[in-house]
Design a protein around this ligand. Sequence first.
Ligand SMILES: NC(=O)c1ccc[n+]([C@@H]2O[C@H](COP(=O)([O-])OP(=O)(O)OC[C@H]3O[C@@H](n4cnc5c(N)ncnc54)[C@H](OP(=O)(O)O)[C@@H]3O)[C@@H](O)[C@H]2O)c1
Length: 276
Amino acid sequence: MEKIALVTGSSSGIGFETSLALARDGYYTFASMRDITKGTTLKEIAKKEDISIEVIEMDVDKEESIKSAIEKIFVDKKRLDLLVNNAGYGQFGCTEDVTIEEFREQFDTNFFSIVKIIQEVAPIMRKQKSGIIVNVGSIVGRMGLPGSSAYISTKFALEGLSECLRYELGMFGIKITIIEPGVIKTNFFDSMRIPHSKTDPKYQEITEHILNGLKMMVEMGTDPSQVAQSIINAIHDKEILPRYVVGSDALMFIEAKKAKTDLEFERYMSKELFPS
Ligand SMILES: NC(=O)c1ccc[n+]([C@@H]2O[C@H](COP(=O)([O-])OP(=O)(O)OC[C@H]3O[C@@H](n4cnc5c(N)ncnc54)[C@H](OP(=O)(O)O)[C@@H]3O)[C@@H](O)[C@H]2O)c1
């Protein structure tokens, strides 16, 4: 039977590569994006390689857009085997510098949209008694850092949601996992939102320091195709694990976190971030 996949945020980066990797793996892949004019390259590659990619519109900030995209998939294909929740952006800035509206917008796109999409997709998968949901989290979903608390909080929230869903949807044969990439070479850092509010010069100093560090890391960052490959590996695992870490930087931090107490890890990260 033809396997059907849906990926959000397929216009670039991890979503783009994951849509291609899934289609190459035999999935009929609905590559969703809010601006379908950005789907030209995906369509050209799909045609050239004779793989099944259909570009569809979905703005994850709009409930109606989510509903109509999933309805279209169900009407056309009558099933959905795999959902990859990938769309997102980064709101930077220290907590006091980020307005409550900016916090809410960040949660709307990176977290509440995923809740909504799962609420639309779960009934289809429950009826099938099968399905896989892959949430694209981040290594910062497991460690707080200064300068981007809104973004990091969404990824912590996604960790919690994913763990809960493993029990709730697991009962119906639906598998959930979260992918935790480190720094990946994508458009992510160009699309970051930097706050207008400047409460204290010290906050600005910290945010700029972190941003400059990240920009340097991006140069040596992991290719998004590796995240896509780790998603392919995850969905083929005999037993899909709760989480998969991607990238040597992410693995290094997670190993350090496992080996240290919370306080030791905080001191270690402070030295990594602010070497004096
Ligand atoms: N790059 C990293 O270092 C890194 C590390 C860990 C986790 N991640 C996570 O990986 C995911 C993908 O990011 P990326 O690195 O591939 O960055 P990216 O190249 O900027 O891709 C982000 C994607 O999300 C889409 N998007 C944003 N808001 C949307 C909305 N309201 N509706 C639909 N699509 C929307 C963007 O679409 P437009 O083209 O329309 O803007 C784009 O397709 C994100 O969840 C991010 O948090 C990234």
